[in-house]
Design a protein around this ligand. Structure first.
Ligand code: CDP
Ligand code: MG
Length: 131
């Protein structure tokens, strides 16, 4: 069994897609074992996106992720990390497969509705940040 960290990001919470996104995970056999709504502080955002802090698009990410509440959750299941990345779809909604969260709900490559851990190591690191 694996654990992974998901963030439902401001654009999705603002447009009332929390329930629809959670349903996609549950329908695919993943179990929600922790869940909370919060405002991401600059400090949390910088820790979470440490690998992107130096990138040109980072100020945009920071403004976006802190502008309104997010939902943080832990999902558990077999191959949860890869499964959730597949359910979420490609970073850019133009490239996201049909029926994925980003295909259905993302606004743009930046405002792309969800985050999910990309490896066992990042899942462990990110769960500690948010829970
Ligand atoms: O979220 P994911 O792991 O699919 O993508 P990432 O490459 O780790 O980038 C993290 C987040 O930064 C993305 O989900 C976007 O919100 C944002 N981003 C962006 O605004 N512009 C880019 N060119 C790349 C990423
Ligand atoms: Mg990433």
């Amino acid at each position: 069994m694996e654990k992974t960290l998901v963030l439902i990001k401001p654009d999705a919470v603002e447009r009332n897609f929390v329930g629809k996104i959670l349903a996609l995970y549950e329908e695919n056999g993943l179990k929600i074992t922790e869940l909370k709504m919060l405002n991401a502080t600059e400090e949390l955002a910088k820790t979470h996106y440490a690998e992107h802090v130096e990138k040109p698009f980072f100020p945009e990410i920071l403004a976006y992720i802190t502008r309104s509440p997010i939902v943080a959750l832990i999902l558990e299941g077999e191959d949860a990390i890869a499964k959730v990345r597949a359910i979420n779809g490609s970073t850019d909604p133009k490239e996201a497969a049909e029926g994925t969260v980003r295909n259905l709900y993302a606004v743009s490559k930046s405002e792309n509705s969800v985050h999910a851990s990309d490896s066992v190591e990042s899942a462990e690191r990110e769960i500690k940040i948010w829970f």
